[in-house]
Design a protein around this ligand. Sequence first.
Ligand SMILES: [Zn+2]
Length: 446
Amino acid sequence: MKQFVKKEHQAAAIEAIKELVRIPSILDESDAGKGHPFGKNVVAALDKVLEISEELGFKTFKDPEGYYGYAEVGEGQELFGILCHLDVVPAGDLKNWHSDPFEPVLTDKGLIGRGVQDDKGPTIASLYAVKSLMDEGVTFNKRVRFIFGTDEENLWRCLDKYNEKEEPITLGFAPDSKFPLIYAEKGLLQAYLVGPGSQEVAVNLPGTMNVVPEVAKYSGDKLAEVKEQLKALNFDFEEAGEAITVIGKSTHSKEAPKGINAITRLAMALSEIVDFAPLNFLGKLVQENATGETVVGKIEDEQSGELTMNFASLTITPTETRIGVDMRMPVTVEKAELVEKLTAKAAEYDLRYEEYDFIHSLYVPLDSELVQNLMSTYRDITGDLVSEPIVSGGATFARTMNQCVAFGAILPDVAGMAHQPDEAWSLESIYKAMDIYAEAVYRLCV
Ligand SMILES: [Zn+2]
């Protein structure tokens, strides 16, 4: 294998990462306007990366509305996409940082600053990796296009816009996760089940969709009976004056079966006391099941495991019942089929389905040319023959395109520090990632 990335590319990449980190490109809706939908700082980071790309010899394009931009090199029918993002999450409590998050410093831990791992560092590492191929004078047999998103940490409106207006990629990767690669991510479906209200029972338990509720408070006129039922069910709860709090165990919705849902536990107790169809849905049907099995039957596949179904919130007022549900769907499951089953079952309990959010799954088969190529590149460069392709993990831009996986940039033995204070990435790891990207693009596009 040839050493494409030279010292000069490494040095220039570090300088470019620093320049980008200095721009605090955090979503600021209050600063949104024409040409800068996510605030002026976010678009400044986009402008900066396009300026750098142009200096390196890429052709660049900026969306006139300011949602995204791209930098391209090479010729050919096929379009190879590298999906990056320039926005970052806020620094959080500055007390937890040992340096200014937006003034990058180099220490023995590497380069430190908000965005060095997520995703400004990987963006620049892959950009200069391709630059090293350009300096080698290679002829690309595809167009290699870096697509720069600016709203990844929030609603992905940038790539929605890209997909609405631009040419789709033929294949590609997103350098916004870890090595070796992520080839399957479950689909996400969030909805409300909405039904009539009740004069007999009132509950107000707003929750966050992607979290298994840890507590469920009740302070209605059935307190004594609820306590009795909870005791009979052997469920933990705490008492404080005229209220009780059912105690569960919180986890991320994607692993709902590992948690204990305090809301469904409370519903189980309440539905022994009150006969109300929407409440019975949780208390009699769902109960403690978090895989959806009691609601839609067993749903799983070989590629990505079982469905998870987290009932994240519950409100019952005199006029309405509203239940929030978060589902992570196995990659081969058809959304329409799942929705149909859920809708039918919910209807038996006077509830109707109301969709809130949907992000479809990512799945590129292990025996595809893309995965085979990227895996062998990773193994040849690192000598790591043990790490296997990964299922699930966080959601990346790779989901928004066909034939696209998440590929790096964080090596398996490197601490992932995205969104954390003192976000750091060692120079050694940055250079290794650059070597992997250069070789991967060489094998796939030259
Ligand atoms: Zn990211």
